[in-house]
Design a protein around this ligand. Structure first.
Ligand SMILES: Nc1ncnc2c1ncn2[C@@H]1O[C@H](COP(=O)(O)OP(=O)(O)OP(=O)(O)O)[C@@H](O)[C@H]1O
Ligand SMILES: [Mg+2]
Length: 337
């Protein structure tokens, strides 16, 4: 009896270990995606891709399932990915490193929302990334898989903004990364879009690649709404209270259903820059009045709209503090953006 219990306990521990391994390190895709495929309903579209897309070559045999797509990315009806290593996950999806022969480093985002929402979410993320194609600091979309809803995009190196701050070695590096982040956002805004989900783990910081912004699930065209306005003031109050702790980077205007505006990203990035400024305290040399002014402007990012600084003001200020620091050039090894 004792031996049986011991064996059962050993089997349970082994199974749990294997499950953990699958969750955190690698995942054999075959069975999962085949299950998902059976649930998906997509008709077989005629192949309408006029010319060969580079992704067709990487995807090999699967390319006969190409169903079209505008110039720039390819749409596949379905695809059964090979084994992938986990890169990260969030509330809307799981992202894997995908390595295919002769392809650049790729990331595969599998949308993990409810079936009826996942397709629309993938379509939206692809559309946003496509609209931002060529923008430095934003992944390039290569393939939109309809079933199960997935996106294949360029893979970028880096640690989260928070991890970067913890390990940053010099004030120059921190200021440079902050300014680079604001510049990427400024370029996104110049394309008429608002990210709406700027937070530590949606930013990848790498010494060579610089700053990459990821996660376009809540991105919207400026002037359109992310959320519907609450029904009445009680509902508005409830929504604000609920999200205060849960989503501290979301400003009140987003939650109250105002049309999207770049100032919404200024609020979120302001929180990250304030975190960075706190990490820098005591390390900054140079004119103290200038640092105080920077702090003041960073605090204004948390004000209501008319008082909030613009992204351009933040960039200008960060650059002027960097210029006045002795020996503050661009950190060695960084790319240009
Ligand atoms: N193109 C990429 N290259 C490398 N890593 C990436 C890429 N895209 C996403 N990641 C990693 O995967 C993680 C999860 O991706 P993403 O933020 O898109 O998922 P999500 O479910 O939409 O997240 P959220 O909970 O913020 O909505 C990111 O935090 C990042 O670490
Ligand atoms: Mg995310």
């Amino acid at each position: 009896m004792f031996v049986l219990v011991l064996l059962a306990a050993l089997a349970a521990v082994t199974l749990y270990g294997a499950w953990q391994e699958a969750q955190t390190r690698s995942w054999r895709w075959g069975c999962l995606s085949r299950l998902a495929l059976r649930r998906c309903s997509w008709g077989r579209w005629p192949m309408s891709w006029g010319h060969q897309h580079p992704a067709e070559a990487w995807l090999g045999q699967q390319a006969d399932e190409v169903v079209g797509g505008p110039e720039g990315y390819m749409v596949l009806g379905q695809w059964d990915p090979p084994a992938c290593t986990l890169l990260g996950s969030g509330g809307q999806g799981t992202v894997y490193a995908l390595d295919l022969p002769s392809a650049p480093p790729l990331a595969l985002k599998v949308i993990s929302l409810r079936e009826e929402l996942a397709g629309e979410q993938a379509r939206r993320e692809v559309a946003m990334m496509h609209q931002l194609r060529g923008v430095e600091g934003v992944p390039r979309v290569y393939v939109h898989v309809l079933c199960p809803p997935m996106v294949i995009m360029s893979r970028h190196s880096g640690v989260s903004f928070e991890a970067f701050l913890t390990s940053a070695s010099s004030p120059c590096d921190v200021l440079w990364v902050c300014a680079s982040l604001c510049r990427v956002l400024d370029r996104i805004h110049a394309a008429g879009l608002v990210h709406n989900d700027i937070k530590e783990d949606n930013i990848l910081v790498d010494r060579v690649e610089g700053v990459t912004v990821v996660d376009f699930g809540t991105m919207r065209q400026a002037g359109t709404r992310l959320l519907d306005p609450p029904e009445d003031s009680a509902a508005a109050h409830r929504r604000l209270e609920l999200n205060k702790e849960l989503h501290p980077f979301l400003c009140a205007e987003i939650l109250l259903g105002h049309p999207c505006h770049p100032a919404m990203d200024v609020y979120a990035v302001g929180q990250l820059l304030l975190m960075a400024f706190t990490a820098l305290q005591g390390l900054l040399s140079g004119p103290q009045e200038q640092h105080l002014h920077l702090l003041q402007v960073l605090q204004q990012t948390q004000d209501t709209l008319p008082l909030r600084p613009t992204m351009a003001t933040l960039i200008e200020l960060l650059e002027s503090v960097m210029n006045d620091l002795p020996t503050c050039g661009r950190p060695a090894g960084h790319s240009t953006h």
